[in-house]
Design a binder for this molecule. Structure first.
Ligand code: COA
Length: 176
């Protein structure tokens, strides 16, 4: 388990799946996520069964009181170039904008730089997702550029912002 100031990151368990399904079927919570059609418990169980065979780790975000509030994962790890991407969701909306996302991402970055020895962590974020961008900036990410018309949703194309944090950015932040 990884322990932060507000949250801890732990491995997902089968018992968490109904909560994940509830979040993924909440249009407000998934508005900015790369999600397909509504998700069933069976679909989520299949995803869970495949987790052990994948090299992309997923963590549950829970408060120190043990409340499951979201999940966070590492994707597209490239061990030669030592880069990866992350995806994050605080599914419990009452916990938005209270610093939990920042704490979870900061913990994961520490793990990615100090344990996995990565050089670069990147992500895509929809341009209109201002809360997420603010959160990522607080965690040390920098804006690299815009991917125009990168997503099609709600009948229109939207732009994505590419952000990244390098090991040197991370070390600079730690020294502050
Ligand atoms: C994005 C997400 C992970 C951020 O986690 P969080 O716990 O809500 O974020 P934090 O509280 O750590 O930081 C959010 C910051 O954005 C600010 N903020 C909130 N709404 C904002 C808005 N509309 N415009 C600008 N800033 C905003 C908050 O005030 C806070 O900044 P502050 O600490 O300086 O006051 C979480 O909100 C979430 O999962 N949302 C739904 C799914 C999603 O968007 N995932 C990311 C896909 S790229």
């Amino acid at each position: 388990m990884l322990h932060g100031k507000l949250v801890r990151l732990r491995a997902p368990e089968r018992g968490d799946l109904p909560t994940f399904v509830r979040w993924f079927n909440d249009p407000e919570a998934t508005r900015f996520l790369l999600r397909g059609p509504p998700m069933s418990l069976e679909e989520e169980e299949r995803w869970y069964a495949g987790l052990l065979d994948r090299q992309d780790p997923v963590f549950c975000i829970e408060t120190h009181e043990g409340k499951l509030i979201g999940n966070i994962g590492i994707m597209h790890i490239d061990w030669t170039d030592r880069r990866a991407e992350i995806g994050v969701m605080i599914g419990e909306k009452d916990y938005w904008s209270r610093g939990f996302g920042t704490d979870a991402i900061t913990l994961l970055l520490k793990y990615m730089f100090e344990e996995l020895n990565l050089e670069r962590v990147g992500l895509f974020c929809e341009e209109s997702n201002l809360r997420a961008q603010r959160c990522y900036l607080k965690c040390g990410f920098r804006i690299e550029g815009k991917f125009r018309h990168h997503r099609f949703k709600g009948g229109a194309f939207t732009d994505d912002i590419m952000m990244s944090v390098l090991r040197s950015d991370w070390e600079e932040m730690k020294g502050e």
